[in-house]
Ligand binder design. Structure first.
Ligand SMILES: NC(=O)c1ccc[n+]([C@@H]2O[C@H](COP(=O)([O-])OP(=O)(O)OC[C@H]3O[C@@H](n4cnc5c(N)ncnc54)[C@H](O)[C@@H]3O)[C@@H](O)[C@H]2O)c1
Length: 328
């Protein structure tokens, strides 16, 4: 298939673009490079630098593309900034998403795979979280993803748009020479690895009095290439599973302290740890039930051990001491 990958210069999009190419699909990337990296776009994929909110850019891309499907990764996704600047989050993630859907309809492209998030659930009432858990987002980022999921439902019904959404838990790891390099970086694993590279004052753990086994927050880390694999699987199921939503996580939680301990093991660096105050809105634990993706899609994550996930990220870090633009 020929696939338009929005946000394909970003972390998950650029890994997925590589997997698509490896499996024989054609790829065009649309990315405004607000977060993404030109070097992240694989050889063999065309990069169009432009904004998903811009209907004229979209018309040009679709007119030249003749796409069979779209994978929509482009988004603003920093939770803390979504609390202070919701305008930006609704503009990019909802208005931009709508501009994309409308361009798809104008140009007759009717298949979409959407990157949603565990942030749609808010504070979980039960663990593991199933897809039918209540949706009460606690930040405008999660709200924007939930709004767009619901928009998709109506576009599906009225315009026969075929769509599958994935709610990722915490994407992590590196694949195909692509690692995680957000600026600012708010994700735990790359920040802990950066600290391990030194010189550093160590790592700050935000709260150690949560109701978890060691008092630190628990999250479900899923390897970025397993997320990419789910997207490629979804391409083959848009006809028979349109409207489905799947969690992508391993169904196993690791605490912040576990991540620090495994990082010490992987890097051999005895990282100092400081305990700071909790961050507002951080749930104690977020762990997926991945059963739907396993049972319906046949998704089988290949990277199931935290040590391998962090190990792959560390390998990438060692070759890119300062992230992109600093390859060794
Ligand atoms: N990383 C995670 O753990 C995680 C978890 C849940 C959901 N997600 C979702 O997965 C998707 C990809 O996440 P990521 O970690 O790769 O993020 P990322 O920031 O690395 O990638 C997003 C890409 O979208 C581009 N972009 C942003 N706004 C754009 C716009 N208006 N027009 C065109 N391009 C634009 C950025 O430049 C970037 O390359 C996002 O939708 C995110 O919300 C990520």
């Amino acid at each position: 298939m020929k696939v338009l990958v929005t946000g394909g210069a970003g972390y998950i999009g650029s890994v997925t673009a590589r997997r698509l190419l490896a499996e024989g699909h054609g790829v065009v990337v649309l990315d405004n490079l607000s977060q993404g990296h030109r070097e992240g776009v694989p050889e063999g994929a065309e990069l169009v630098v432009g904004d998903v909110c811009d209907a004229a850019v979209l018309d040009k891309v679709f007119a030249q593309g003749d796409f069979d499907a779209v994978m929509h990764f482009a988004a603003d996704s920093v939770v803390s900034s979504s609390m202070t600047d919701p305008q930006r989050y609704f503009r990019t993630n909802v208005t931009g998403g709508l501009a994309l859907l409308d361009a798809m309809l104008r140009h007759g492209t009717k298949r979409l795979v959407f990157s949603s998030s565990a942030a749609v659930y808010g504070t979980p009432e039960e663990i593991p979280i199933r897809e039918d858990h209540s949706k009460e987002p606690v930040n405008s980022y999660g709200e924007s993803k939930w709004l767009f999921e619901r928009i998709l439902k109506w576009y599906g019904r009225a315009y026969q748009l075929l769509h599958i959404s994935f709610r990722y838990f915490n994407a992590a790891g590196a694949a195909y020479g692509i690692g995680e390099d957000h600026r600012p970086e708010t994700h735990l694993i790359p920040n802990v690895l950066r600290a391990a590279q030194g010189p550093s004052n160590g790592v700050t753990i935000f709260g150690n009095d949560f109701p978890t086994s060691d008092g630190t927050c628990v999250r479900d880390y899923v390897h970025v290439d397993d997320i990419a694999a789910a997207h490629v699987l979804a391409l083959g199921h848009l006809e028979d599973m349109s409207g489905e939503v799947f969690n992508l996580g391993l169904g196993r939680g690791y605490s912040v302290q576990d991540v620090v301990d495994v990082t010490r093991q992987v890097t051999g660096v005895n990282l100092p740890v400081h305990v700071g105050p909790r961050r507002p809105g951080d749930p104690a634990a977020l762990v997926a039930s991945p059963e739907r993706a396993r049972n319906l899609l046949g998704w089988r994550p290949q990277h199931t051990e935290l040590i391998d996930i962090i190990g792959s990220a560390w390998e990438w870090r060692r070759r890119h001491l300062d992230g992109y633009g600093s390859s060794l």
